[in-house]
Design a protein around this ligand. Structure first.
Ligand SMILES: N[C@@H](CCC(=O)N[C@@H](CS)C(=O)NCC(=O)O)C(=O)O
Length: 221
């Protein structure tokens, strides 16, 4: 089984962290996004979408982070995608929640524009997007803080689920803009809890380097 991915990719990191913690026998094939390898003919022949992550397991070719996570978890009987219909749909619900309005407002508007300018986004457009993200993110962060987490350790209750791996990656995009989660204490505590897990350090090292590069004024100018 091969996972095509890049650790600087927000949707690759949830899968990589899950694989690391489960000790799954998956060959990791790096597709270097910054070098444009995702658009090379060799990769497009594997995944015509030209995006990562992408899993190949025999005759199964599978894209989409959430689907890959579920496939790996079900196959490994991992409790991160618990057995039982009601427990599973709660994880599905949380994954969709992160993947839709939270991703749109916090990630696409609130964080990604800082790396868009070097790729052609005008500084004015980037500033307008960041302002929109900053204005509208609190609504979704408050929901995450008060309703989804509340006093619970993980977004679906007492045990870590696939939604935590995905949500963590989306939240840590905030590092690109130096986002401070202190006003959201349950989110801050959850992030700290996830960072303490064994899969975090090996999975997020490359992203940390990338964040340092983006936030170094001389490089970002
Ligand atoms: N909905 C997809 C999104 C995948 C995605 O957008 N991957 C990005 C990296 S985070 C990518 O490969 N981008 C390359 C491109 O857009 O050209 C998923 O959840 O896996």
């Amino acid at each position: 089984m091969k996972l095509y991915c890049d650790p600087i990719s927000t949707t690759s990191r949830p899968v990589l962290m899950f694989i690391a913690e489960q000790g799954l026998d998956v060959e990791i094939v790096k597709v270097d996004l910054l070098a444009g390898e995702h658009l090379a003919p060799e990769y497009l022949a594997i995944n015509p979408n030209g995006i990562v992550p992408f899993l190949v397991d025999g005759d199964l070719k599978l894209g989409e982070c959430a689907a890959i996570l579920k496939y790996l978890a079900i196959r490994a009987h991992a409790t991160a995608y618990p057995e039982g219909l009601k427990a599973q749909v709660k994880v599905d619900e949380a994954i969709s929640w992160f993947n839709t309005r939270f991703h749109e407002v916090f990630c696409l508007f609130g964080c990604y524009p800082v790396i868009g300018v070097p790729h052609g986004l005008s500084p004015e457009m980037a500033a307008a997007m960041l302002a929109y993200g900053a204005e509208h993110s609190p609504r979704w962060l408050r929901l995450l803080d008060e309703q989804m987490l509340g006093g619970r350790p993980f977004v679906c209750g007492d045990q870590v689920s696939l939604a935590d791996y995905m949500g963590l990656s989306f939240c840590l995009l905030g590092d690109l803009v130096g986002f401070d989660f202190a006003p959201y204490p349950n989110v801050a505590a959850w992030i700290a809890r996830m960072k303490a897990r064994s899969g975090f350090a090996p999975t997020y090292a490359a992203f940390g380097t990338f964040v340092g590069f983006v936030r170094t004024p001389a490089k970002a100018a």
